[in-house]
Design a protein around this ligand. Structure first.
Ligand code: NAD
Length: 302
């Protein structure tokens, strides 16, 4: 297994980063890159998403200024380093393109095919996919050796981890350049092999799924399960509270990726998780999941 070892290789210098997809993840990644001194070109098909991304980035920079982590002038400089556009060619001059669009294989493949017509031959491409095979996505690019996974955590400004995933063809120059970039933007890397759900989700989601089974089988109530893990395992959030934060639809999607990708019954999604998703009770984003957020503090939904 290759691990984190980096051979002595000529490293590509990354100065300009193109980010395709300006949603939750793309905007966070743009923030991390711009405040670390990189030039950023943010591309999204939606004008609204781009405007919202700039607003969110400005607010995040403001918070850093208020906390004394950043000078006001640095905020302005970081914002000035970000440009936006709705057409893919805006990222043509980027040394690296970070793909962070909707988790849909056809959409991602379409972007990789289109990038081939615009990007410099030596530019690198990474995907922020949470669930797809990096090797499989690499095959739809014109440069599988210069392609890999760079899996940021949500919310990007607050989460220090990035999982780095080589595809089968990723070369050492690419891996070295992306490892270096990860450090430059203030993040810490964990290297994962290209297997379903990588490391964080592979460990975290079965734990959440087991908490839902614990509820389903009547072993404990919503409150007791969360209290048990917070006070008994020192987790900052209980697993059901965390499931609501992540989104129960996302949790179910990841369990399905593990179940199908690893073909092991231990990853079977809990029927109660399926039922909550069927009900549309998918967590905080809709105001109801395992907890009902119309109450302050939230109370268990049932
Ligand atoms: P999101 O829905 O918030 O944003 C996706 C953005 O992609 C939208 O703004 C949409 O307009 C844009 N988009 C769609 N098609 C496009 C196209 N053809 N060209 C340009 N832009 C396009 O999604 P997100 O939560 O930011 O997730 C993005 C990626 O990051 C997904 O692959 C997801 O699996 C991954 N990811 C998400 C999380 C998370 O917790 N949200 C964590 C890690 C990784």
């Amino acid at each position: 297994m290759p691990g984190f070892f980096i051979k002595d290789v000529d490293m590509v210098t990354i100065r300009t980063v193109g980010i395709v997809g300006a949603g939750r993840m793309g905007s966070g990644i743009a923030y991390a890159c711009a405040q670390s001194g990189l030039d950023v070109v943010l591309c999204d098909t939606s004008e609204d998403a781009l405007a919202e991304a700039i607003t969110v980035i400005a607010e995040t920079l403001d918070r850093s200024v208020r906390k004394g982590l950043l000078h006001a002038a640095d905020k302005a400089a970081a914002l000035a380093r970000i440009s936006t556009g709705t057409d893919l060619p805006v990222v043509a001059d980027a040394d690296l393109v970070i793909e962070a669009v909707t988790e849909n294989e056809q959409v991602k493949r379409g972007i990789f095919r289109a990038l081939a017509q615009h990007l410099k031959a030596e530019s690198l491409i990474v995907t922020n996919t949470s669930s797809m095979s990096v090797t499989h996505l690499a095959a739809s690019t014109d440069r599988p050796s210069k392609f890999m996974g760079m899996h940021f955590m949500n919310p990007v400004p607050a989460m220090p981890l990035v999982e780095l995933i080589r595809g089968i063809a990723t070369d050492e120059e690419t891996f070295a350049a992306i490892s270096d970039l990860t450090t430059r933007i203030g993040k810490t890397a964990a290297v994962a092999e290209d297997f379903p759900a990588f490391i964080v989700h592979r460990v975290l989601l079965p734990m959440i799924n087991e908490a839902v089974y614990t509820l389903y089988e009547g072993v404990g109530s919503v409150k007791d399960i969360d209290t048990a893990l917070k006070l008994g395992a020192n987790h900052p959030m209980g697993p059901l509270e965390l499931a609501d934060f992540i989104g129960l639809d996302t949790c179910l999607g990841i369990m399905q990726v593990l179940y199908e990708g690893l073909a092991d019954s231990k990853y079977r999604p809990c029927p109660l998780l399926v039922k909550y998703v069927e009900a549309g009770w998918i967590g905080r984003k809709v105001g109801r999941g395992f907890y009902d957020y119309s109450h302050n503090p939230p109370i268990p939904s049932r």
